[in-house]
Design a protein around this ligand. Structure first.
Ligand code: ATP
Ligand code: MG
Length: 365
């Protein structure tokens, strides 16, 4: 899979720009605040329907303008395709794939597969669980659009259940109606939990291989799924039952604090190195190696599943990695279309000119 070209109109600091890309390494360099990340962001947006930096589309419109437009042409399994995104302030975002409007965001997923790696990812191990859930959810959603749809459904049900809990505080007789929402939440939540569990098991195989190569096989890296609902994760029926039971047990707590006390919105992942939690004890170097191994493992899975490597977006991470990890990353970029942003191009001078194109970005030009 590779991106052929990108057109941006009134997107961030770009007035109007058309860029063609090469199939190997695209190096986007320039000083700070020139628009390098904005390019990667627009590519990520075409893959997932949302920015990796903000949930507000209005922030993406060029200052003082009313709309933005993106057109991305790509090749997948030897077929040319295109994705277009149009957004006008205060309106619903319009997305087209090969000129056909997409009704649900979930239908965009899986067309263009990308893996994005940015400095914030390096913090994911030590920071809060929401970042870790997002980290994993993005990749699963690309592989399983139905999973993304379930996530959206779940958050709607959750919001409705939370509203009901607040109403119950004023009117206790409503408590009986909670059961319907418990069933809905447990049903959708159980599907999500099962996919999370299976994905992590699969990811671990590749994580171990990548980490061995990167760290010399001295320590074993393993991700553990830590669901908020304690249950056996093999049968959907068991998960759903445990989920419902747990909700019923939480009722007393929820009467005091009217918000859903358990569920996938409280799930977490922990990363272990030889059975020691990196969250608690990992050095910075160990965490970086771990995150890089997970990113590379995600690439392997997408490759295994789709038959093609996803597109790799590296936002400013090179300077954050030491020499060994930089070389590992560069080696892994072979046969993968890669977009790198950086301020210093020294590292890439050695790479054959036939394998790369350099783009100097200066104030949106
Ligand atoms: P760094 O090296 O610091 O990461 P960068 O080149 O990646 O910088 P970007 O994040 O891509 O920088 O772009 C930042 C620039 O885009 C800033 O100058 C900012 O003012 C501008 N910018 C961001 N949003 C908008 C917008 N909606 N309209 C116009 N300009 C914007
Ligand atoms: Mg940047």
């Amino acid at each position: 899979m590779n991106i052929e070209s990108l057109r941006l109109v009134d997107y961030r600091n770009y007035k109007e720009i058309d860029i063609s890309f090469c199939k190997d390494l695209n190096i986007i360099y320039g000083e700070n605040a020139q628009g390098k990340t904005n390019i990667l962001e627009s590519i990520f947006l075409c893959a997932s329907g949302r920015s990796h930096r903000t949930s507000k589309d209005s922030e993406l419109i060029r200052f003082d303008k009313k709309s933005y437009y993106i057109k991305l042409k790509y090749e997948k399994q030897n077929r040319s395709s295109q994705i277009e995104i149009m957004y006008e302030a205060d309106q619903k975002k319009k997305i087209k794939v090969n000129e056909i409007p997409i009704k649900k965001l979930g239908n965009l997923m899986g067309n263009l597969n990308v893996i994005i790696f940015s400095p914030e990812d390096l913090l994911v191990i030590k920071e809060g669980p929401s970042g870790r859930r997002r980290f994993i959810d993005i990749t699963i959603s690309q592989l399983r659009p139905a999973y993304f749809y379930d996530l959206q459904q779940y958050s709607k049900i959750l919001a409705q259940r939370n509203t009901l809990l607040k109403e119950i505080q004023k009117k206790r007789s409503l408590t009986d109606t909670l059961d319907i929402w418990n069933c809905k939440l447990a049903n959708t939540g159980a599907r999500i939990m099962k996919v999370r569990h299976e994905f992590i098991a699969r990811l671990n195989k590749f994580v171990e291989i990548n980490h061995d190569r990167l760290a010399g096989g001295k320590e074993k890296l393993c991700i553990k799924y830590v669901p908020a609902v304690k249950t056996s994760l093999y049968e959907i029926y068991d998960i759903e039952k445990s989920f419902k039971n747990e909700l019923e047990r939480s009722l007393a707590r929820e009467m005091i604090k009217p918000t859903t006390a358990t569920g996938i919105q409280r799930d977490d992942y922990d990363i272990f190195l030889n059975d020691v939690s990196l969250k608690q004890f990992g050095s910075q170097g160990q965490q970086r190696t771990a995150i890089l191994s997970v990113k590379m493992a995600e690439m392997d899975i997408l490759r295994e599943e789709t038959g093609e490597f996803p597109i790799l977006l590296l936002d400013d991470v090179m300077s954050e990695l030491d020499d060994i990890r930089q070389q590992y990353l560069i080696k892994n970029m072979e046969n993968v279309q890669t977009f790198i942003t950086c301020t210093n191009i020294d590292l890439f001078k050695k790479i054959d000119d036939r394998r790369k194109i350099m783009y100097n970005i200066n104030a949106g030009n």
